[in-house]
Write a protein that binds this ligand. Sequence first.
Ligand SMILES: [Zn+2]
Length: 404
Amino acid sequence: MAQPQPISDRERRKAEQVSAILEREEKRQIRLQACQIAAKTPESRTAEDLQFIQQHRRLVEKAERQNREVVLDEQRKLEIFDSDAEIEEKCRILANALRSAKHTIVYTGAGISTAADIPDYRGPNGLWTRSEKGESCVDPLKPFDLTKAKPTFTHMALLKLHEAGLLKYIVSQNCDGLHVRSGFPRSSLSEVHGNMYLEMCGNCEPEREYFRSFDVTTKTRWRRHRTGRKCHRCGVDLEDTIVLFGEKSRTAVPMNWEMAQDHSKLADVVLCLGSSLKVLKDYPCLWHRRQKLYIVNLQWTPKDESCHLKLHARCDDVMQRVMALLNLIPDTFLLEKDTLTKIVVPLRRRELTNSSDQTPSSAEVAHQPGWLGQGVKGLIKRSKEESSPSGRKRKKRKSEAALP
Ligand SMILES: [Zn+2]
């Protein structure tokens, strides 16, 4: 009787590889079938489907859960508008709250700058939304041009509220510098994600600020914040102040976290304007039980359930009504009164010739699109990676690291 031929190592490895491929393919087919069955209504499931469910119940339940999350996610992206009568009544309640509050603070997000032609992130035409649809980050019908950005009615209204003693502090997620340009005092402002007009020397003691009349982030990106210019005093490389995903603030200003925390503890009224609160909710130091929360945002926010009042309207619409109810008239923003022009540190002659950032004069505010325009592709790529299942754990660690 002939002895079976011993198989070689090479043949054995090949057989193992084929077996592994077949096994992976079988699992993929089962997952696919689970997704197909999960997408069906219970009535339309066949006897074969029901048998499959009995064998792979957990897989089907997981797919059903994911489907529900997708639907919920889409619903949360919808912009809702309160009726005119609703918003009038809500503004009355908000105006009364501001009038009688002991310590009001405001949290602002990209939604207050959309009227300034700066795109928001999560609105229907926001940067993330467009990217998720595979569209260009820039709306071809409305390309954003930072040279046109100027403080909106809401920015000016907040300044007036502060002058009237009805607003103590602002915590802003916006890097567009519009609160500073509106004239809002920096001693009452935390720009927790930085200011695109500010570069800093962290080597000097105390930290040395260099406000510029142009966007300082044209050459910087994620974890590379050197702007290409040097400190006039110590010669060390200057860095922008922008804080991106997973990064910690590198300087104390313009974030002013200690002040933000102190005011948050004192606040009895918190007004959130134009922020999805998806990032701010992760800063526990900003949220306290005694605060009454008023939210102005067209879309869902994770704080909706715990807020005192939700206003579905544009920030400028709400603030116009509220200011009228309070008998306060905000100043109109004038370029010649732009606070930035008073605090800029002009480039030295050599920096002007070496730098591509031409600064015509400190009195003229010249803008070039920086991280918002140029760096956004990388941001979105990272954002997508982090939202993938394998990236979620990493993202969690990063967001924890970003806490003050
Ligand atoms: Zn220095």
